[in-house]
Design a protein around this ligand. Structure first.
Ligand SMILES: Nc1ncnc2c1ncn2[C@@H]1O[C@H](COP(=O)(O)OP(=O)(O)OP(=O)(O)O)[C@@H](O)[C@H]1O
Ligand SMILES: [Mg+2]
Length: 428
């Protein structure tokens, strides 16, 4: 008998949905970081990444020495929305990363894995976007003959582990631009950027200070990735302030959020200029001030004050770690690519007084540099002169809008005699 209100099947179109999932927000570096998460969850102590340029046949290989997978695990791992339970502090959450991160960068991903420690039993599967589009079905395919995944067999010859191979790198080397020096340089620069990114995101794992205590070695194109710890713990004049812990309830879940503030040394107190420059980080000192938000020891957000206060030259030495456990994922609104979190409204007022105190202390440290006559670093000077040129431009547009350019011309003429440096800085 037909029910009065029959449920209608609206199974998504495999081809359209898979294609849309490619644009979920990964970059090359964050996609690889998502695979390193999987390696860490599998207990790896080593992850080697090779970015191999061979024109249209270029490929990326991510190999770990983790616990590997059985044949059945591997099939499940390649399902969008893998079915499994997660431990409390695990990095995975959605059952999507392996697929979405990989297909955000390439059209064909092959996974080669071995779990048995003694028997050399290796399983292999391929997820090919072109097959999904052609058939409109979520199916795995045989490993293609022209794959570079055979390299993975060497890696798994003696012990367990997993190797992920990306081929048809259409997002990294778009069709028609995959050959030649420009394409090679693009691949080379990805390697450099990747090392910097992984060194920061996984610095606690590389240093061995993450909860498990084991250390992780990561290499990119054979080069060991050094940890980039934003708090310069090895500098003599780094000042760690008192850590604060807040217990937070999110529905039935309770979790502890830890706030660990640090004042970094003023430029003149750093052990060397090289170290001062290295610690400035990818965004340079000003933009790297603020909160470093960690989920289960993995860095998700690197600097910025999440709206608590504005970036300010005078507080550039203030950095604070904010740690939250996966039980508070929903509250922090972590995204699938694990690139973004939102500071929960409940936590903001708890942090504010401690952030203010940290910034006062950081200003004192900053003034020390000024007292000791140290000038701004090259990068700071660059950003200050950019700001000045912007101000100059804004004043010029305001003069135009208010028909006062003749008056401004007089002012500029006067300044040119009295204070030519100012005229130059303002870009006039
Ligand atoms: N390198 C690996 N070693 C062993 N098992 C792996 C590896 N990579 C993936 N897996 C298995 O495949 C499953 C699916 O991985 P995937 O990254 O797609 O999702 P997830 O890690 O569970 O969650 P998230 O979407 O948050 O990353 C994992 O849960 C794990 O069981
Ligand atoms: Mg994952």
């Amino acid at each position: 008998m037909r029910s009065a209100n029959p449920a209608l099947d609206v199974t998504p179109s495999a081809s359209r949905l898979t294609n849309s999932l490619r644009d979920i927000g990964y970059t090359f570096t964050s996609a690889i970081a998502d695979l390193v998460d999987n390696s860490i969850s599998a207990g790896a102590s080593r992850v080697d990444i090779d970015i191999c340029f061979e024109g249209e046949n270029s490929y990326v290989l991510i190999a770990d020495d983790g616990s590997g997978m059985t044949d059945r695990d591997l099939t499940e791992a390649l399902r969008f929305g893998s079915r499994r339970e997660y431990a409390e502090d695990e990095l995975g959450r959605y059952g999507l990363g392996l697929k979405t991160a990989s297909l955000s960068q390439c059209k064909r991903v092959t996974v080669v894995t071995r779990q048995a420690p003694v028997r050399r039993r290796i399983s292999t599967r391929t997820l090919d976007l072109e097959h999904i589009i052609d058939t409109d079905r979520w199916e795995l395919t045989e490993v293609p003959d022209d794959t570079k995944a055979y390299r993975a067999f060497e890696w798994l010859d003696h012990s367990p582990g997993t190797v992920v191979v990306w081929e048809n790198l259409d997002r990294i080397l778009p069709a028609g631009r995959a050959e030649g020096g420009g394409a090679r340089r693009r691949m080379d620069s990805l390697g450099t950027r990747l090392g910097d990114h992984l060194g920061a995101v996984f610095h606690r794992f590389i240093e061995g200070s993450a909860a498990g205590g084991e250390t992780l070695a990561i290499t990119v194109n054979g080069k060991k990735v050094p940890a980039w710890n934003p708090f310069a713990p090895d500098e003599e004049h780094t000042r760690s302030l008192t850590e604060r812990q807040f217990e937070v309830w999110a529905g039935d879940e309770v979790g502890t959020v830890a706030f660990s503030p640090t004042v970094l040394p003023a430029r003149s107190l750093f052990s060397s200029m090289g170290e001062f420059e290295r610690m400035s980080g990818p965004g340079k000192w000003n933009r790297q001030q603020g909160l470093y938000i960690y989920r289960a020891d993995r860095l998700i957000q690197s600097g910025g004050w999440c709206g608590i206060r504005a970036i300010d030259e005078h507080t550039k030495l203030a950095r604070a770690a904010l740690d939250f456990p996966p039980s508070l994922d929903e509250m922090f609104r972590i995204n699938v690519a694990k690139m973004r979190v939102a500071l929960p409204a409940e936590i903001r007022p708890l942090l504010e007084p401690h952030v203010t105190e940290l910034c006062h202390r950081a200003q004192d440290m900053y003034r020390r540099d000024l007292r000791e006559g140290a000038s701004a670093s090259d990068s700071d000077r660059e950003s200050i002169s950019r700001d000045a040129a912007e101000i100059g431009g804004a004043i010029l547009s305001a003069a135009l809008a208010t028909s006062t350019t003749p008056a401004l011309a007089k002012i500029i003429g006067h300044l040119r005699d009295e204070n030519p440096g100012v005229v130059e800085s303002l870009g006039w």
